[in-house]
Design a protein around this ligand. Structure first.
Ligand SMILES: NC(=O)C1=CN([C@@H]2O[C@H](COP(=O)(O)OP(=O)(O)OC[C@H]3O[C@@H](n4cnc5c(N)ncnc54)[C@H](O)[C@@H]3O)[C@@H](O)[C@H]2O)C=CC1
Ligand SMILES: O=C(O)[C@@H]1CCC=N1
Length: 282
């Protein structure tokens, strides 16, 4: 299904690069059929070409009629300008994927052609190694074939979950932003290791292996995190002391708040963009 498809990224930042890396590493996709574009940073495009063997060009030079899947990968604040720039070049049956946090399918449909095929997508940066947890929510006009194409494409970069768009903000808080919480945790563990005299490189490897092992245990054993946590925790032992300190310092609540506030921000972005659309149409 993918071998004859061409994919263009509009925006060539962190998320586009993570997806490009994952697509290339999956080897399910001819690299020359991936095109990265941005507005003006040609050095960045040259670097992506050199690293991944893909094609690139400035957005104004993109041959839109040769592209099957267009992936919007700019910041949400730039979406308005981007959509007005591409609308004249695309056809309603061209598939548009958007990875933009907070940008709804309704917003995309309102700003592109009547009947435009769109899918809202929320990957994370672990796409780079084929380990993303990616959600998709198809728009109102999107054909079943295009939903299958979207899933097949995104399965190259990890697991894909089809969700109700109402749940996209929470998914963004959990999985889109999620890797950052674990990096934050690792930064703090690393600092503690360094304080105790461990060298940073070794500590980093130990922590990464510990997190990877815990995640793999949940996936492989089918046991709940609660049961797995209890198995680590000996009465009056070291883990009990660590968990008590976490609880007393608001560790659990802080994690829950992180997910909650990321989701709130995603919703806020939707509302702000929708409001600016209303103001501009007056
Ligand atoms: N970074 C992440 O972990 C994730 C990001 N996202 C979403 O991905 C999108 C991009 O995020 P990042 O890659 O982190 O941002 P970034 O700032 O690294 O990249 C944005 C890119 O878009 C380009 N751009 C801006 N306006 C443009 C236009 N009108 N036409 C063409 N290119 C344009 C910029 O030059 C830049 O290359 C955001 O909307 C974000 O919500 C989604 C999931 C995870
Ligand atoms: O921080 C952000 O807004 C983007 C969306 C999800 C992850 N990064």
């Amino acid at each position: 299904m993918l071998h004859d498809k061409t994919v263009a990224f509009i925006g060539a930042g962190s998320m586009a690069e993570a997806m490009i890396s994952g697509l290339v590493k999956s080897e399910k996709f001819p690299t020359h059929q991936i095109v990265a574009t941005n507005r003006s940073n040609v050095e960045r495009l040259a670097a992506l070409e050199a690293i991944y063997g893909i094609n690139s060009c400035k957005l104004e030079d993109l041959q839109f009629d040769q592209i099957d899947v267009i992936i919007l990968a700019m910041k949400p604040k730039d979406v308005d300008q981007a959509l007005s720039g591409i609308k004249q070049h695309i056809k309603p049956n061209q598939l548009i994927l958007s990875v933009l946090a907070g940008i709804t399918t309704t917003y995309l449909e309102q700003n592109l052609h009547i009947g435009q095929q769109v899918v809202r997508v929320m990957p994370n940066t672990s796409s780079a190694i084929g380990e993303s947890a990616t959600a998709i929510s198809p728009g109102h006009e999107t054909s079943e074939n295009n939903v299958i194409l979207t899933k097949t494409l995104l399965e190259c970069i990890g697991e894909v979950y089809t969700i109700d768009e109402m749940d996209m903000d929470v998914f963004t808080g959990l999985a889109g932003s999620g890797p950052a919480y674990f990096y934050y945790l690792m930064e703090h563990m690393e600092q503690q290791g360094a304080k105790a005299g461990f060298d940073v490189e070794t500590t980093r490897k130990i922590i990464a292996q510990t997190i990877k092992g815990a995640a793999n245990m949940v996936q492989a054993q089918g046991e709940t995190p609660t049961i797995l946590r209890e198995k680590v925790t000996s009465p009056n032992g070291t883990t009990a002391a660590g968990l008590k300190a976490l609880d007393e310092n608001g560790g659990g609540k802080a994690i829950a708040k992180a997910v909650e506030h990321a989701a709130i921000r995603s919703k806020e972005i939707s509302e702000q963009i929708q409001e600016s659309l209303l103001v501009n149409s007056k």
